[in-house]
Design a protein around this ligand. Structure first.
Ligand code: A3P
Length: 287
């Protein structure tokens, strides 16, 4: 485990932690090494996503669905994250647990495939992910220590030089897993579909989790998990040094239009076509 500084095209560096050649954020990720030996339980559900795809949102929806109630303690998603929380603490949590990670299938706990745990796989269009990740990286100043610009960061993320690596490799990896592993129970969701029709997607999650629900519960969960309500309830669980909410920034589809120049958009679209050749994945950029 080593702290590394990676320079962008203007020489500004981002600080990461490298574990076995993989780039992690500069947080306390000492649990990451032990992930292969982590012992899942049969009823653990894994929420898996590339960073900034909406994990905080959907983790909270799942907790409420499992509880059959919106009246829950205010707990950070990070408390169930395999890279960030000591596995001794995760072991103490009562079932059913919603564990979350940004890893790939081959990096998951060794027992995972035998147990056939359910996976909720969440994805989001890369233009909005890039904007969200840039803001996240800049705002956690003490961690990433990054003074770079949007245009330089955009190149870093497209080149896969950021924490957790390439978005392209990540989504193509999980696309292949879904195609080639009919044995795994995977619910494939997108941030954009949930934003467009939240109650429909929350019901889909309820069916997948096989929990009892009715319209009132779904409406109440949708209300409590709206961007505004989650920001009010959980916004300061992971604040910046300035006391600002980093995770709950805008919560929109299409904020990328406020960031991308025409030239950046054209460049992005051509790189995207090239890198996603052969993929059947579709993403919405506006709703
Ligand atoms: P933005 O930075 O575009 O606002 P993650 O949870 O994977 O870290 O993703 C964070 C992104 O999800 C942020 O995107 C955040 O605002 C958005 N988000 C968090 N909670 C949300 C909610 N309840 N509804 C919509 N978006 C939400």
């Amino acid at each position: 485990m080593a702290t590394i500084k990676v320079a962008d095209d203007e020489g500004e560096t981002i600080t990461f932690i490298e574990v076995d050649g993989k780039r992690f954020p500069n947080f306390n990720i000492s649990a990451a090494r032990g992930i292969p030996d982590f012992k899942p339980r049969n009823d653990d559900v894994f929420l898996i996503a590339y960073p900034k795809s909406g994990s905080h949102w959907i983790w909270e929806v799942c907790r409420m669905l499992f509880a059959g109630s919106t009246d829950l303690d205010v707990i950070a998603k990070e408390s169930s994250m395999l890279e960030l929380t000591s596995h001794d603490l995760i072991d103490q949590q009562t079932s059913p647990r919603i564990l979350n990670t940004h890893l790939r299938l081959y990096e998951m706990p060794k027992d995972f495939q035998t147990l056939q745990n359910k996976i909720i796989y969440l994805r989001r269009n890369l233009k909005d992910v890039a904007v969200s990740f840039f803001n996240h990286t800049k705002k956690f100043k003490n961690n990433y220590q990054y003074n770079g610009t949007w245009s330089s960061y955009l190149k870093m993320i497209i080149e896969g030089k950021v924490d957790y690596g390439s978005w392209f490799d990540y989504v193509k990896h999980w696309e292949e897993v879904i195609e080639t592993h009919p044995d795994l129970q995977i619910l494939d969701l997108t941030f954009e579909d949930i934003k467009e029709n939240p109650t429909k997607e929350i019901k889909k999650i309820a069916e997948f989790l096989e929990v009892p629900y009715n319209e009132t519960l779904i409406d109440e969960i949708n209300h409590q998990c709206s961007f505004k309500n989650m920001k009010a309830r959980k916004g300061l669980l992971m604040p910046t040094e300035d006391g600002e909410s980093v995770i709950y920034r805008k919560g929109d589809v299409g904020d990328w239009m406020n960031w991308f120049t025409v030239a950046q958009d054209e460049w992005f679209n051509s790189v995207y076509q090239d890198k996603m050749a052969g993929s059947k994945l579709k993403f919405k950029y506006t709703i």
